[in-house]
Design a protein around this ligand. Structure first.
Ligand code: SF4
Ligand code: FES
Length: 233
């Protein structure tokens, strides 16, 4: 069976402006969009540039816009798309080349929320710091994030102000602030409670719509607001 892919192409510094290339290729019924992009790269145009690694929806590196929606190319089955498959880079990140965007500002925001366990009172240990099953359950819906960046790219508050930490960094902040072993809320409050923090979210829920892991970053942001307000009281 043949499918046509219309692929965004742009090489900053060389191309004056972006354009699209169309490839009509032979595909297998079970192929994903990533399989098709690999086939293009390996057999038609070796210069096509995109990120991928795990091929199993785990690493987050193949997030891109497929027919207008952020998706993981390795999970998006071709058979779920009718007609031409339009593949573009995620919006709002600078294009490095073709479908590959600059994720460094995204990871810089992540670093700002101190995404690690902070605990200055528990004695040092070389064993695990245990939790009850109930305490562990609070973290469900946070730890599954694969940092693909699809939510932040889809967020109108981020479009409006690119300094906004964005849904992914804030969900990751709640992964630690919500952890019963963590004592770092006050250390993180400077950034979470700032002009680029939780209050910039307008609850538009684009992040929920965009997340390929069916997570709810808006819930994480609201939970952080509650924690910050309780800390102030
Ligand atoms: Fe990707 Fe979802 Fe994590 Fe956002 S919350 S970075 S969309 S996995
Ligand atoms: Fe790892 Fe798609 S290649 S998530």
């Amino acid at each position: 069976m043949q499918r046509t892919l219309r692929v965004f192409r742009f090489q900053p510094g060389k191309d004056e402006k972006p354009h699209y290339d169309e490839f009509t290729i032979e595909v297998q019924p079970a192929w994903t969009v990533l399989d098709a992009l690999n086939a293009i790269k390996w057999h038609h145009d070796g210069t096509l540039t995109f990120r991928r690694s795990c091929r199993h929806g785990i690493c987050g590196s193949c997030a891109m816009m497929i027919n207008g929606k952020n998706e993981l190319a390795c999970e998006k089955q071709l058979k779920t798309i009718k007609g031409v498959v339009v593949v573009e880079p995620m919006k709002e990140y600078a294009v490095l080349r073709d479908l590959m965007v600059d994720m460094e500002p995204f990871f810089e925001k992540l670093r700002l929320v101190k995404p690690w366990l902070i605990n200055h009172t528990a004695p040092p240990t070389d064993k695990e710091r245990l939790q009850s099953p109930e305490e562990r359950k609070i973290l469900d819906g946070t730890w599954e994030c694969i940092l693909c960046g699809a939510c932040t790219s889809s967020c109108p508050a981020f479009w409006d102000n690119e300094s906004f930490l964005g849904p992914a960094a804030l969900l990751r902040a709640f992964r630690y602030v919500g952890d019963t072993r963590d004592e770092g809320l006050s250390e993180r409050a400077d950034i979470l409670d700032s002009k680029i923090g939780v209050w910039r979210c307008h609850s538009i829920f684009n992040c929920v719509e965009a997340c390929p892991k069916s997570l709810n970053p808006t819930w994480g942001i609201m939970s952080l607001r509650n924690k910050l307000l309780r800390e102030k009281i």
